[in-house]
Design a binder for this molecule. Sequence first.
Ligand code: GLN
Length: 567
Amino acid sequence: MSQDQTRFIFITGGVVSSLGKGIAAASIGRLLRARGLSVQIQKFDPYINVDPGTMSPYQHGEVFVTEDGAETDLDLGHYERFTDANTSRASNVTAGGIYNAVIRRERRGDYLGATVQVVPHITDEIKQRVQVVADSSDVDFVITEIGGTVGDIESLPFLEAIRQFPVEVGRRRCMFIHLTLVPYIGHAGELKTKPTQHSVNELRRIGISPDMVLCRSESVLSTEIRRKIALFASLPVDAIVSAYDVPDVYSCPLTFHEQGVDDFILKDHFGIDAPAPDLESWRAIVERAAALSDEVRIALVGKYVKLEDAYLSVAEALRHSGIHHDCKVKIEWIDSETVQQPAVTALLSEMDGILIPGGFGGRGFEGKIAAAKLAREHGIPYLGVCLGMHVAVSEFARHVAGMPGANSTEMDPETPYPVIDLLPEQREIADMGGTMRLGADPVRVKEGTQAHAAYREGVVYERHRHRYEVNNHLRKQLEAAGLVFSGTTPDERLVEISELPREVHPFYVASQFHPEFKSRPDRPAPLFREFVGAARAHRERGARAGSLEADAGSLEANGEVGVSRVA
Ligand code: GLN
């Protein structure tokens, strides 16, 4: 489709936040892709931060990193996993980013003396950010999710901009979808449509009439309730969709399809004749995920484990890997500050795998070192991501390579062995936002290593987000002690992957980059896939050893004590 034919879908939310607009947008994206159409999804966030890069994971959840190195909202991860299309810097726009651009232009004098105002200057900038996605990717559909809830003061400029948008491109090229909540009131035994009614009215007051209403509810909405909502929303009943709770978010595109969402969007709304959907591979994944026969337990040792969204892509990559290996991955969320408590150490030693994800700052770092040591000494599969690699390297340096007190200078600037140190290009940087090494870079993977067995390729592209790296001055010493640097930048200047040889440990691999960002339900990130495979093998070895012990125990009980345990 040429650019002047791109269609625009705007998704707004009402009643309360956290209803899953991101999943809804991603699911619609998946459906359109399944109908042979190309899609880009973008998210508008009404907060003043220029991007979420500097926000605490407790405020915001994970920071998702795009190929081109933008630090973005975690919904972009959903978009990529559902549509299998990479997002970009243009896919996440915040109010702060918009104001920043407008104010910079004002300082340059670009407005030629005009008074700079929310309307038209801020709203024009917002509209331009929608158009930029259409122009740069030449897609059939741009889906724009507006963060926040209708009625918020903050999201008003965004809503005003999307209200204006059809004036420029034509109403027939635009669609407004509104996501609301239909709560169940227990003591009345009823689903209540009133909040949806108010929310649709609020949207109308701003000048936007929704073309479709997605209703979140605990259970499926009856036709009667949908009809009631249709009536007050002035919509056909087919435009009222029951977005009921499902155990697996990956089944949302299927439940939407069953209710004719893609047909309504394409045929009824836009008048597009698209091929029948190909949802077979997606359905296969959903069915496999629901029927996993096995289970592995992975400890995720981090600082923000009280908010699982802080590690969303890591958890998803583990899930994808589990689906690949036909086993459910049960994550034990371990607060790194508790690792040295005896009960937690005991729990960790029973795990099938230990994963240390990315992180910043010293709190809990020693707990992570203890967890990595335990994994190394007990032959428990280990995967370290970014900070998790700094942990693995520091631990190895201290306890194997004879460098007591070895550390990352992020944790201890005075360490006698700064095995992890600032990237040289980071030394002069004072600003915190957007200044790390960010985005996809090539990684050369050394043949004959665990990493190469995972990737089966000599050069791969993975996404980064860090300031610190393995210190080249101590690299040789670490290698001499047995640590293998199985991935580097193509010029070998930076270490990208570290591991222990297979003869020493079944799986002890850590990467400077974040493989989780590129994991897809049907294509798990290779290092995660191999890690979960190793965890499963570890559990089976344990089970075998356990049953051998039990056999030997029962033989002993039978008086056949002469039989060796090492059968
Ligand atoms: N804090 C470390 C650094 O800046 C690791 C970053 C991360 O884990 N994403 O290098």
